[in-house]
Design a protein around this ligand. Structure first.
Ligand code: CO
Length: 204
């Protein structure tokens, strides 16, 4: 008897539904993956990459962590970016934040949460970099703004990785996008933060 049997039951139903529509789906997909998109998003269970953009398996390479942060020394995230850019040759890297992000909220508050406070420091840095922009806003508006500013900061961080820098030096077509998702209505918003070359990286 498997544990969590109902999840295995759901898996069978899901796989069967896909095979009914396209009997060769899994056998074709098993031969290779060639996604065009790398998605870097939040681990939040309400923000599932493929479902939000309604794409099937094979279309999106995904990295998720708390509050969609790209840290220059995070080997895990950097390895995902390198594999996506150098091996899979994705053309688009999407940083997707979301309103109502628990990581962003925690970074805005002064409570202690243990180890994760070290991770949230990176978001507290985003507050510090943008200190003047929060004046006069109520708490919820500050949180929404920080969710957006965090995406913009991570877009810049992705652009400054050696991986993206080298891709651009080689003249390769690679865009880095900043998006935000509303868990209240399921709608994505483009923050118009798209960067396609060094000259477009914002100077703070
Ligand atoms: Co979140």
């Amino acid at each position: 008897m498997k544990t969590l049997k109902y999840l295995f039951d759901r898996n069978r139903e899901w796989a069967n539904t896909i095979k009914e529509e396209d009997p060769a789906f899994f056998s074709e997909l098993s031969k290779q993956q060639s996604p065009e998109y790398l998605w870097i998003g939040c681990s939040d269970s309400r923000v599932p990459a493929n479902q939000i953009v309604n794409l099937p398996p094979g279309e999106v390479f995904v990295h998720r962590n708390i509050a969609n942060v790209v840290v220059h020394t995070d080997l895990n995230c950097l390895s995902v970016i390198q594999f996506a850019v150098d091996v899979l040759k994705v053309k688009h890297i999407i940083i997707c934040g979301h309103y109502g992000c628990g990581g962003i909220r925690a970074a805005m508050e002064d409570q202690e949460h243990g180890l994760i406070d070290n991770w949230l420091r990176h978001i507290k840095d985003v507050i510090r970099f943008n200190a003047g922009r929060f004046e006069g806003l109520d708490h919820e508006d500050k949180l929404d703004l920080l969710c957006e500013l965090n995406v913009r900061e991570q877009v810049t961080n992705v652009c400054n990785t050696t991986i993206v820098q080298n891709a651009w030096k080689q003249g390769r077509e690679l865009s880095v996008h900043g998006w935000i998702y509303s868990i209240q209505n399921g709608i994505l918003k483009d923050l118009d933060a798209c960067i396609t070359c060094n000259d477009e990286i914002p100077v703070r």
